[in-house]
Design a protein around this ligand. Structure first.
Ligand SMILES: [Zn+2]
Length: 481
């Protein structure tokens, strides 16, 4: 056991020193995930999985609240089905894992381990949809998917990951576009409210869109190291998959038409995003709404604290739990200072300390993880006060992230300024773009920055930051994960 709190905290590489190493340290030491014997695949440990469950519940409630229902489709997709949509197969082929043998025999047809489920779900929709009366179909699936990755990082990029994938079918192009944008807005609100994470929502460029989609929209967040992270995508599939999988319906005018589709997803990557948006030198800083423990109670006292302090600490825990809070009481035989550091590293939003003197004064001592502010709080009315503090932490984390993004976003109108911006302080750079893939590629070669998305549909007045042709869009560029 370390002698003082400092030596414990220094087991984590400071964020300010090496962001990437800090991230891996936090993932391992906070017991969010661990490496597994399978290369590129992680084990999500209980503390990390509890965060995922909270994210999942918050998202699932919203998905159902907008009229969608959950279903489950097979993990395996016959290879021939994946091959039906040309762009789709081309986009995913390099990352696909196959099953070639089963039951000791070579399979007649290889099975793909789903990298995404458009192919299998589209095949089923072709069976289920006959008439306009069957539309819209609004189905979501919670599942795992596999995309073979060469370089992996826990939560951010792993060969297998967990996600939800929505797949919908509609009568008209307008309805499909409305659905795509409705989900984009839902995603934006969800991560802002639950993860305290501000995002830019907009359209992806052609080169960055989903393989087989008509249009892809994304939400993009800025991480603490100034790199952007795509946190969710919503695709308008047009009729591409409907044509490939022959999903037709008899329209109101009796003609036979192809449905209009959408698909959309968010993944366990959100956990990585939360770590990188809010964390600090001491470790994880969890927004209260996704914190497995919103409060940790640490009893303080001499050798007999189990007799003198613990009973009162248990009462406080019970009162807070009754008020709907997630609370842990640290009863281990470690020094309080050691416990403080550990729970700080694990990102618990609020610590409550209680010792014999506090009991005499009928109060507790609170310490916020976000601001490290400390305050005495009377035991009388403690639960409502704790709820207030947690709400304030949630709000503060969001505002802090917005400020960070504002400080790391700049608008440029010359290529020299663009390159200088990407060279210096990282973050978002907003610039007019002509819409050509050539410029996009050259910018990436010169600066490593990609177009994260284009938040506004209007064509801006300026000229392309690279080639000086009339601009087609105002693009948000950044180096990204
Ligand atoms: Zn250009």
């Amino acid at each position: 056991m370390p002698k003082n709190t400092d030596s414990f905290v220094t087991e984590i590489t400071p964020r300010s020193q090496d962001f990437s190493k800090w991230y891996l340290d936090v993932v391992r030491k906070a017991e969010l995930a661990d490496y597994s014997p399978v290369k590129g695949c992680m084990v999500i440990r209980p503390y990390g999985y509890a965060i995922w469950e909270l994210i999942q519940q918050a998202l699932d409630t919203r998905i159902k609240g907008t009229g969608h229902v959950n279903a489950y489709f097979p993990l395996f997709i016959p290879e021939s089905l994946l091959n039906k949509e040309a762009e789709h197969v081309e986009g995913f082929a390099p990352q696909v894992a196959y099953v070639t043998h089963g039951g000791g025999e070579k399979l007649e047809e290889k099975l793909v381990v789903r990298p995404t489920s458009e192919a299998i779900i589209g095949t089923m929709y072709a069976k289920w949809i006959q008439s306009w009366r069957d539309l819209p179909i609004l189905i979501n699936q919670w599942a795992n998917v596999v995309r073979w990755e060469k370089v992996t990082r826990p939560f951010l990029r792993t060969t297998e990951f967990l996600w939800q994938e929505g797949h919908t079918a509609h009568e008209t192009a307008e309805e499909a576009e409305d659905e795509t944008l409705k989900i984009l807005a839902l995603y934006k609100e969800m991560v802002a409210t639950e993860l305290a994470m501000p995002v830019i929502d907009g359209l992806k460029s052609e080169s960055e869109k989903f393989a087989g989609a008509l249009r892809t929209y994304s939400i993009e967040a800025l991480m603490g190291d100034g790199r952007a992270l795509q946190a969710g995508t919503s695709h308008n599939l047009g009729q591409n998959f409907a044509k490939a999988f022959d999903i037709t319906f008899q329209a109101r005018d009796k003609s036979v038409q192809h449905v209009w589709g959408t698909s959309w997803g968010m993944t366990t990557r959100l956990i990585g995003a939360a770590i990188m948006v809010h964390g600090d030198d001491s470790g994880l800083v969890l927004p209260p709404r996704i914190a497995p423990y919103q409060v940790v109670i640490v009893p303080i006292g001499k050798d007999n604290w189990r007799e003198t302090v613990l009973p009162r600490a248990k009462e406080i825990q019970a009162a807070l739990v009754a008020a709907g809070l997630r609370v842990t009481l640290d009863q281990r035989d470690e020094r309080p200072g050691w416990k403080f550091s550990e729970w700080e590293m694990r990102g618990v939003p609020l610590r409550i300390e209680i010792g014999p003197k506090d009991i005499e004064k009928s109060q507790v001592f609170t310490a916020r993880r976000d601001t490290r502010e400390k305050a005495g709080v009377p035991m009388d009315g403690l639960a409502p006060r704790v709820i207030e503090i947690l709400d304030d932490i949630q709000r503060n984390l969001f505002e802090r992230a917005v400020r960070f993004r504002e400080e790391h976003t700049q608008r440029v109108d010359s290529y020299d300024a663009f390159k200088a911006a990407m060279d210096g302080r990282p973050g978002f750079v907003i610039a007019p773009w002509c819409g050509s893939a050539d410029c996009e590629t050259q910018i990436k070669t010169d600066t490593q920055a990609t177009i994260r998305n284009m938040p506004h549909a209007e064509v801006p007045a300026g000229r392309c930051v690279r080639c000086d042709s009339p601009a087609q869009a105002e693009a948000w560029f950044a180096k990204s994960y």
